[in-house]
Design a protein around this ligand. Structure first.
Ligand code: ZN
Ligand code: ZN
Ligand code: FE
Length: 749
């Protein structure tokens, strides 16, 4: 992290004597000098350390015997078996390197792989520990004398910068045509820029995988990319030359600006300007754009020659994981990319771009990957190492070591060979990098999840955790809480402990368990997973329950529904074939979206709800109301009156934006009403909001306001996503607790 050179230079500045040394548990410094100088030295370590370093803990001892050191030196690293230093995430290019990159006098002028201890690839190039060049994909490159001098000079910014390289000795670019034939050229980058300007699609090898890049202002080009990638509507991320270009396209507030410029450089979701000059196909039906700034030297060079905005979407076909090896990329992206800009620095581990969304001065992750993984999250508990396998959609897994929860990068949907092998390799890699062997395994209760099967296949003590309880636990883990509290967990689907499909849950939570106090009223999920892809099924199921028949209902939805398919589905539902009861809030959003005519079918996860959110009329304060019933001591939230009110408003020709707003307001209101009722009955005033539905910032913002006004302590996600990408953290937290409470029969005591 450039920490030792920093300390070395600082000590020299203050004329202090002693030494600094890396050991596997961190950095150790012994230093002698006048007391006031030492104090200043210590406070400078705290305040002025390199931006990429992060001091997790610092201990100062002042009772060492005086050694009379004559100099200050960097000592040889010490290896200790049981200690470890977290492997750093990949870091965007630093200011110093960027300056050199653009300086014609510098020996690394326009060198696309310039880096130093403050920046560059880390996690994606590491093959093993210790983090030394031989254990990275830079091993084949032998440093030239100049690079080697920098590497060995403690006062140099490149002292022990493992990926250090230059034009003479480092990786180089190459350009392939669409069939993988090398194009002979002196300037692969210049040619790439020319191709992009001509409207070509280029697969560009980045830090953690390939991007598909093209001119984001040309509709013909972007829609061609959509066609080739089999991706109909899911928004593409764009990369802009600088903040000024982003400012022309989007409304960027202070927090968004900070996030965009942070060393992690995530994709940030920001509101787009109405007059943004961007191809409509970049983000159809969206009021927002996912934007990022260049984060590698190669990106900066791409934008240095007259390019302003590029689509930069993951190099994959539909939902497969991102391609990251040259030949593999060629195989999989053949037919999509016209050219491939590759290089000979191998990517060892794939790692997608991270995606974040700011709200009320705080950040929500939608995807936690590059820049963040595998940086540990600190937990309040420790114990034997736990492997938590996560859930099957948006999978991440989590490995614990002491108090550290090491969350994997976003792995993806566990539905194909690529993803499952990525999962398995990921587990092996993190075990190795963090020198840890899990002794306890946690998984979802869903018996058919591939992540569950993986867990069952390991010969280790294990436990299943209910999906929504795990969501709640992940939020509790982030906030260092062990309960009691009320968890409001709203998502698409999760396996309930009674075998039904849950997803609209109010749980009284403790670290050791939960009680289901309330939930959304059950409705059949017509066709099981098919209902997730076809929201019209949910719309029809609700209308059927309320009105008995769709025939008499004079709204556009009922006219659109295919009668044939509906009557078949109805029969199946009545015979309870492939129609499990579900209490999912995500599916209620789907139903409203379909009835309102926003989305009958989706072509990416959550599309119906996303587009319903996008159309909300922010000024509308009206709301519908849910009904609350009590059944056998459990509160039931009945959405039928809300659906009826939606139908009424459609008949009255109310605008869809107003209807959507009233629906969002109703959901926010019922959460608050239930919370108040539960507080009266159970005294719970800490609230944890989790589940994929809380990616909806209109809803989250309104719930937050009402609950805070009502005196609740509201906790949301800031370190892991509220969606299933955060589940493994909650599972790991539970694993640390429960391992101490299991008796020999495997029963929790
Ligand atoms: Zn740098
Ligand atoms: Zn060199
Ligand atoms: Fe979930």
């Amino acid at each position: 992290m450039g920490f030792r050179p920093f300390v070395y230079n600082l000590a020299h500045e203050y004329r202090l004597k002693g030494w600094v040394c890396n050991y596997s548990g961190g950095v150790e410094i012994e230093v002698e000098g006048a007391e006031t100088t030492l104090k200043q030295f210590i406070s400078d370590i705290r305040d002025k350390h390199p931006p990429v370093a992060c001091i997790l803990d610092m201990e100062v001892r002042d009772s060492l015997p005086l050694q009379g050191y004559r100099d200050f030196e960097i000592r040889e690293s010490r290896q200790e078996e049981n200690l470890f230093v977290p492997v750093s995430p990949d870091i965007s290019i630093c200011h110093d390197c960027l300056r050199e990159l653009m300086d014609p006098e510098d020996r690394r002028y326009h060198y696309p792989f310039i880096n130093c201890t403050n920046c560059g690839p880390r996690f994606t190039i590491v093959e093993g520990i210790p983090y030394d060049r031989v254990n990275t994909t830079m091993a084949p490159f032998r440093m030239c004398p100049l690079c080697s001098t920098e590497y060995h000079d403690p006062s140099n910014r490149r002292f022990h910068a493992q990926p250090n390289a230059c034009h003479q000795c480092g990786p180089t670019l190459k350009l392939w045509d669409s069939s993988g034939k090398e194009i002979t050229t002196h300037d692969p980058l210049g040619d790439t820029i020319a191709f992009l300007k001509m409207g070509k699609i280029v697969a560009i090898k980045g830090l953690g995988g390939f991007h598909l890049a093209c001119d984001a202002t040309r509709e013909d080009v972007v829609s061609q990319l959509r066609g080739r990638k089999y991706r109909e509507d899911k928004p593409f991320a764009i990369m802009c030359r600088d903040l000024e270009v982003i400012g022309r396209l989007c409304l960027v507030d202070g927090l968004s600006r900070d996030l965009l410029q942070s060393k992690e450089r995530p994709i940030v979701i920001v509101p787009r300007r109405k007059d943004a000059k961007i191809a409509p196909s970049v983000a159809p039906f969206q009021k927002t754009l996912g934007v990022m700034l260049p984060y590698t030297p190669l990106h900066h060079l791409l934008f240095a020659q007259g390019v302003d905005v590029l689509v930069m979407t993951s190099g994959n076909v539909s939902d497969e994981p991102i391609a990251f090896k040259d030949r593999e990329a060629l195989d999989r992206l053949k037919g999509i990319a016209d050219f491939f800009l590759i290089h000979n620095r191998e990517i060892h581990t794939r790692c997608d771009d991270s995606v974040v969304k700011p709200l009320k001065g705080a950040v929500t992750f939608l995807r936690r990957a590059r820049g963040f993984a595998p940086f540990p999250i600190t937990l309040m508990r420790d114990g034997k190492s736990v492997l938590a396998c996560g859930a099957d959609l948006k999978n991440t897994f989590c490995l614990t070591r002491g108090h550290s929860a090491i969350l994997s990068q976003h792995i993806g949907d566990m539905e194909n060979f690529e993803t499952t092998s990525s999962f398995e390799q990921g587990v092996e890699l993190l075990k190795q990098l963090f020198r840890v062997q899990p002794e306890f395994v946690v998984h979802d209760l869903h018996p058919d999840y591939l992540s569950t099967r993986y867990a069952v296949g390991l010969d280790l003590p294990r436990i299943g955790v209910q999906h929504h309880f795990a969501h709640a636990l992940s939020c509790m883990a982030e906030h260092g809480s062990e309960g009691p509290g009320l968890a409001v967990v709203l998502d698409g689907t999760g396996y309930g402990e009674d075998g039904t499909v849950w997803g609209g849950e109010f749980l009284e939570v403790y670290l050791n368990g939960y009680r289901r106090l309330a939930h959304l009223r059950y409705i059949p999920l017509p066709g099981g997973d098919m209902a997730v892809r076809e929201p019209w099924r949910m719309g029809a199921a609700y209308l059927e329950r309320i009105y008995g028949d769709l025939e008499g209902l004079e709204i556009p939805f009922t006219k659109r529904v295919d009668r044939e398919r509906w009557s078949q589905m109805r029969l199946a539902m009545r015979a309870q074939i492939n129609s499990p009861p579900c209490s999912s809030m995500g599916r209620l959003f789907d139903a409203v979206s379909a009835i309102l005519g926003v989305r009958d079918t989706v072509n990416y996860q959550g599309q119906a709800a996303v587009e319903l959110e996008q159309m909300v009329d922010e000024g509308e304060m009206g709301e519908y109301s849910f009904e609350t019933l009590e059944e056998h001591g459990t509160l039931i939230v009945n959405p039928d009156p809300v659906i009826e009110a939606v139908v009424e408003d459609i008949r009255d020709k109310e605008s869809p934006s107003v209807i959507s707003a009233r629906f969002h307001n109703a959901v926010a209101r019922v959460i608050a009403t239930m919370a108040r009722r539960i507080r009266e009955g159970y005294g719970l005033s800490d609230i944890f909001l989790s589940g994929g539905v809380f990616q909806n910032h209109v809803l989250l913002g309104r719930v937050w306001d009402i609950l805070r006004e009502d005196g609740f302590r509201v906790h949301t996600h800031h370190k892991v996503p509220p969606n299933d990408g955060g589940i493994s953290l909650g599972q790991a937290f539970y694993g640390l607790y429960v391992q101490g409470h299991i008796n020999q029969q495997g029963v929790i005591g």
